[in-house]
Design a protein around this ligand. Structure first.
Ligand code: SAH
Ligand code: AVI
Length: 333
């Protein structure tokens, strides 16, 4: 593997290539030919999708980002004191807007050595690496441009004796269905060395359905655009002809499964052609395509999921309103 960038302070490696176009193709072929159509949420995040997500994080209705930031502002120093962290590995790192708070706390405690951001979006990993080494002199960044569902084997080995935090923030764990979520957590647990490393996990909590639904159906329609963006990605990458504006944004809380579901509803009958796959897909009027689930947690669900993955909770931190939880866990019973 030839790194994209190598300087004294920065190494960035990419594991995203032609095979990943295949991954979109496979997901589209599989997801759009099912009796209930579905696409996985990771395909929202092209450059435009990333910008829309950043706008979502600023929306008055979308509380998770503010709540998680408030927890980190109040508790980053405690997290560093409890873990002694010298390295931070972050999955789905984006712009590192919140993890910066941890990196600064690690520096203040004198423990900071290395940051390992993992994100599918190359431009984000490159820009964030450059910014952070300027902001935190002495920091080394080893960036991985890759899919956290497939490329975690490329995360560099932890340095001997240097405690590591693996952070998965923003509530992104909620975007996995329950079975895959536990499998994914088991994979994360295998990355952690007993007694020395910790998982720092952000989970959105079950709350008033009206608050939840507003967060996923904002008044300005930014989430609706984010949702429809996946069709633009398929149009561009796979030469499809979705009439994007003819799909309506749907977001609702499922009280039994305790998750938000986002869907796109066809406003009329449509026949969509996906040229790159030689595929024709028919949508009946009002037929829905599921694009995301976003699971909400209770303390018991969090503890059970972590225990099923061989992880023991050591700390649960919430914001003042009890909307969001940030937890620390470590391998063991
Ligand atoms: N951690 C940040 C960003 C969350 S948005 C926060 O809490 O605000 C989700 C981020 O994960 C985006 O930057 C997106 O590019 C990335 N992402 C989504 N699916 C991914 C996947 N399968 N592998 C790696 N990165 C992914
Ligand atoms: C990235 N993920 C945790 C967000 C969520 O809340 O599930 C994505 C998102 N979907 C709609 N709004 C934000």
């Amino acid at each position: 593997m030839t790194p994209l960038v190598t300087t004294d302070a920065i190494v960035v490696e990419s594991f995203v290539g032609p095979k990943d176009e295949r991954s979109l193709a496979d997901d589209v072929l599989d997801g759009l030919t099912r009796p209930f159509k579905e696409l996985p949420p990771k395909h929202f995040y092209d450059a435009r999708g990333g910008e829309l997500f950043d706008r979502i994080c600023e929306l008055p209705e979308y509380y998770p980002t503010r709540a998680e930031r408030a927890i980190l502002e109040a508790r980053a120093a405690d997290v560093v004191a409890a873990t002694g962290a010298a390295e931070l590995v972050e999955l789905g790192s984006g712009t590192a807007a919140k993890s910066r708070l941890l990196l600064h706390a690690m520096r203040a405690a004198g423990t900071l050595r290395r940051y390992v951001p993992v994100d599918v979006t190359e431009a984000l990993v490159l820009a964030t690496a450059a910014e952070l080494v300027d902001e935190l002199p002495g920091l080394r960044v080893h960036g991985i441009v890759g899919d956290f569902e497939r490329h975690l084997g490329h995360v560099p080995e932890a340095e001997p004796g240097a405690p590591r935090i693996v952070a998965f923030l923003g509530g992104t764990i909620g975007n996995f269905p329950p079975g895959s979520r536990r499998r994914f957590l088991r994979g994360l647990a295998r990355m952690l060395r007993p007694t020395i490393d910790h998982l720092l996990l952000g989970t959105d909590l079950v709350k008033d359905p009206a608050l939840l639904e507003a967060a996923y159906d904002d008044a300005q329609g930014v989430t609706a655009e984010f949702n429809r963006n996946v069709l633009r990605v398929v149009n561009r990458e796979l030469a499809a002809d979705f009439d994007v504006e003819s799909f309506e944004h749907v977001a609702f809380f499922d009280p039994e499964r305790e998750w938000i579901e986002m869907r796109l509803r066809a406003c009329r009958r449509m026949d969509v052609r996906v040229d790159a796959l030689a595929l024709e897909v028919a949508f009946a009027p009002r037929e829905e395509l599921r694009t995301e689930i976003s699971a909400k947690f209770t303390p018991a669900r969090l503890e059970d999921d972590l225990a099923a993955a061989g992880l023991r909770l050591t700390e649960v931190m919430t914001d003042r309103d009890g909307h969001f939880a940030l937890s620390l866990s470590t391998p063991g019973r």
